[in-house]
Design a protein around this ligand. Structure first.
Ligand code: TYD
Length: 207
């Protein structure tokens, strides 16, 4: 069984959660049962933090928001992601610490070096093997989100300039570490994106 840590990043309504499920199905057809999780969340403690973080009725300051993300992350990495990787599992995570650099860094304006330090503490330095960026004009993503069932969360409601900064930071992060990142056009059809994802993942499965 391959030990592989894959993260899914992108803006709101980019379709990454759908693609995570599609990749899991493809892996299952290969006899690989991945561990699927998400940030913020993925453990009872972190899901509790998630509901506080995404509640439109609450207004944490930028620093409090960033530290809550890190508390959730530390619990998820220590109790779910690392143990699964240690068992040689494939882990698919919907968002990871790059989201902090994009949302709390570019979006909220917190210092990048400080956030990277906090990320290292929360993850114990665990870096994904592959990060898939579902790149999309935020106006398109937010329109998709508004048209879908379910409420928009607190971060969905940020102004368009915020989401534009988030997108640009994700693209800059991908340029910084091209061996880890794969940038995907999230305006393509779900089938075409699924095929792109598979092309990025399959060579890493070995065997
Ligand atoms: P979610 O509903 O999962 O959004 P999406 O479907 O777009 O992934 O909510 C997660 C929200 O949390 C999303 O708006 C991005 C935000 N977030 C941060 O701001 N910082 C972080 O470090 C993480 C992991 C998420």
């Amino acid at each position: 069984m391959p030990r592989l840590f894959i993260t899914f990043e992108g803006g709101e309504g980019s379709g990454k959660s759908t693609q995570l499920a599609r990749l899991a199905r493809r892996l299952a057809a290969r006899g690989i049962e991945p561990v699927m999780t998400r940030e913020p969340g993925g453990t009872p403690l972190a899901e509790g933090i998630r509901s506080l973080l995404l509640d439109p009725a609450r207004r944490p300051g930028a620093t409090a928001e960033a530290l809550m993300m890190q508390a959730a992350r530390a619990d998820l990495v220590a109790t779910v992601i690392r143990p699964a990787l240690d068992q040689g599992r494939v882990v698919l995570c919907d968002r990871y610490d790059d989201s902090t650099l994009a949302y709390q860094g570019a979006g909220r304006g917190l210092d990048d070096a400080m956030l990277r330090g906090w990320n290292r503490t929360a993850t114990g330095g665990l870096v994904p093997d592959l990060t898939l960026l579902f790149d999309l004009d935020p106006a398109v993503g937010l329109a998709r989100r508004a048209g879908a069932a379910g409420d928009t969360n607190r971060l969905d409601r940020e102004p368009s300039a915020f989401h534009a900064r988030v997108r640009e930071r994700f693209l800059a992060l991908a340029r910084e570490a091209p061996a880890r990142w794969r940038v995907l056009d999230a305006t393509a059809s779900p089938e075409a994106i699924e095929a792109d994802v598979w092309r990025a993942v399959e060579p890493r499965l070995g065997g």
